[in-house]
Design a binder for this molecule. Sequence first.
Ligand SMILES: [Zn+2]
Length: 320
Amino acid sequence: VLTLTGELLAERSGALSVDEGPERVLGALGGWFAGLLKEAGRTADAVCGIGIGVPGPVDSATGRVVQPPIMPGWDGYDIRGRLGRAFAEQTGGGGDVRDAGGAEGAGGVPVLVDNDANLMAYGEQRTGHPDCAAFALVKVSTGIGAGVVVGGRIYRGIDGGAGDIGHIRVPEGAGTLCRCGSYGCLASVASGRALARRLTEAGVPAESGSDVRELLAEGHPEAVRLAREAGRSVGEVLATVVTLLNPGVLMIAGDLAGTPFLTGVRELLYQRALPRSTAHLDVVTARLGERSALVGAGALVVEHLYAPDRAEERLAALGL
Ligand SMILES: [Zn+2]
């Protein structure tokens, strides 16, 4: 729970797997609303909006996930409606939520849905690099995704598919089955999930990106070696990204974001990208850690509330 200026009032975290489908995941998440509000010391009618990030492409007009590579059962699911109802049921507030997230009709609480890497990029750009006109963030956790902020706004492409770089085919992935069902994706060789699998095969048990993060924090030699190698694979793809966008900041975030991975990224990136596109490029790791998407979601809600047309509506509603 954040204030409009981004001050954190209450926070809760827990492990949720998108594999369990939207009903279970959003049901669990929606169950937190009342407790969070109580902890924040606020009532339901003080809530201006709800922001949520999901690991897949989102149609920003409908707030629905569109053909996600790794989210079984989520395609086209009404996330806004589900969370809006959960909020109303939990808190007894929120007014008419049938149109939650739409044109903010009848006092409904808007629910804004976006890709998680987009929200991370937005949160980091707004707080740490507000003057950077072209900002890119790559999230490498269990999966791989990227968010781009151009001119202070999230760039989503025409179908919300911009930045979904995890499923680009790479030569070193040949013959490796990806979670999305294809062979040879970047995520099949360089994601936290891929590294966990390879570590397990090498006799070091790991299941997820967060397990790999813990091994990296301990300086486990095999984890460090694999993270640097993964960084090289991602760096090769990023050479194209950087050449296309010419960003001022390229930020590495997620479970693998650390020195070994960053070193691998730099090795390939500077070798493969044109000197012109990297001359003023800062390659850095994320500052906000696990809170970057949270901060981005809060900023998105604020942006929605104060968009010029809605500001007019609100002033009109107040008789001004
Ligand atoms: Zn894939």
